[in-house]
Ligand binder design. Sequence first.
Ligand code: NOJ
Length: 554
Amino acid sequence: MAGKWWQKAIVYQIYPKSFQDTNGDGIGDLQGIIRRLDYLQDLGVNMLWLCPINVSPMCDNGYDIEDYYHIDPSFGTDEDFEALIREAGSRQMKVIMDLVVNHCSYRHKWFQDVLRNPASPYASYFIIREGFGGKEPNNLRCYPGGSAWERIGNSNRFYFHSFAKEQPDLDWENAALRDEICTMMNYWQDKGVAGFRVDAIGNLKKSDQALSRTRFEPDGEDGLTSLAPYVLMQDGIQDYLKEMRDRVFKPHDSFTVAEVSVPEHKLLEFIGPDGYFSTVFDFSYTDIDVEERGGATWKRPWTFREMKEKIILSQMDVQKYGFASPYLENHDQPRSVSKYIPSRDRSYESVTALATMYFFLRGVPFIFQGQELGMENCPFRSIEDFRDPVALQRYAQALERGEDPEAVFAYLRERGRDHGRTPMQWDSTENAGFSEGTPWIMVNPGYVQCNALSQMREGHSIYHYYKDMITLRKKEAYASVLETGWFVPVETRDDRLFCYRRENDSQSVRVLINFSADYVRVPENLMTGEVLLSNREASENGRLMPYHAIVFSE
Ligand code: NOJ
């Protein structure tokens, strides 16, 4: 599987709503991204993933698309997007879009027609079933909570939604719907996007059981049961994915990254040489701190050893068939600094050690906006500070059901999705240089110390360390081994250490990390070689300093 153009990609994820506002409405926009392209070029990334920018009522910040062919006015115009693709291209950066096709918005004209007209030809674009005893066809729970079925008007017909009720699922069984979607995807490819991050794609095929009149055994006190086992990775999904691959991805030689957890025995099919996608995300270590309990997600304790094991397992599995997309953060996750590093240990060294650990894994690395500055979770003061509808709904449900709202707030304060959505911290001026208006979500007060401008000026900063990592990955002498070399874990017999090699027939690079606040003795043979990168100037004989990270050439 050598020689794919995207193996050279280093992706920067932009959450457009929170990146840069240029018209003072408190919402980031495409002109704002254009304004910051020089910054991104200077950082060294060569591909931008934009979270959804299509017309949307923003019930889920754009993951609810009303019109697949146009740009939401809050972000700008269709011409702005064309300009962005052009301007990025002139700086050697490609753009990929977020492809949200498991569902659309209730405001999409197809769905509006269904609501108005029971005989609408578009009814077959959605999943609609008769009720059962005057109620929902079954008791499946959608991801954000509550029934996966919503009644249409006063009728006995219900539509299926895996996510919020404002996001009706599209019926992929329908060839006409698939045709519409592939045509739309080709439209954007022809406009110049290089591919897609493919949202919630494991959900496309629903099992017969999911849509049947069944009383499932409840897994929570709400009398419902999670829909996941009945809609995720169901047999038959391969036909839809093949169609996308053959009609869109192959003819355009796209880069695609799928948001789906793929078991080992299906990796060949998904990301092998003739796979549906270029790469897939791995959730195993980014969701290490959470678990499902009683129909909801809660925090769980975890250890660095467990994290290391998950990363090793995932790398070993994936490299048998293709490439991974290592990442630490995205818009659904809290900030990695806050998640993985105990508060007493947060420092330049610990943040860069964490970065070194994931950045040289095998695959196409992703950096989420602000991660390159070490942005931390936002100290949200109360539920009023949150904007994520999923968080707000969860809190409201807790109140309704007489559960402890404080427990939910405590969870959200650590784990809510809004931590990844507060404005990018550009400088120390008002609103972190994000907007001259009132930002749609609070600015993390940490911006006064943690911002791009000051880190760019300072030689010794997290920003510069990310830049150095990117430079190393691109360096001609090491590009080949770092892009396509095998991942080989190295046993250290110490749970605080993580060591791995990247190697090919002619070269070997060793990454060594002490993910602890201790001085740790390291076997002699692991400390040898030319130092390509280190997050500490000094080095001790035979010992790694706290949160010390070193990349050696062997
Ligand atoms: C995954 C996206 O990352 C998330 O933000 C969204 O809410 C769901 N898919 C539904 O589209």
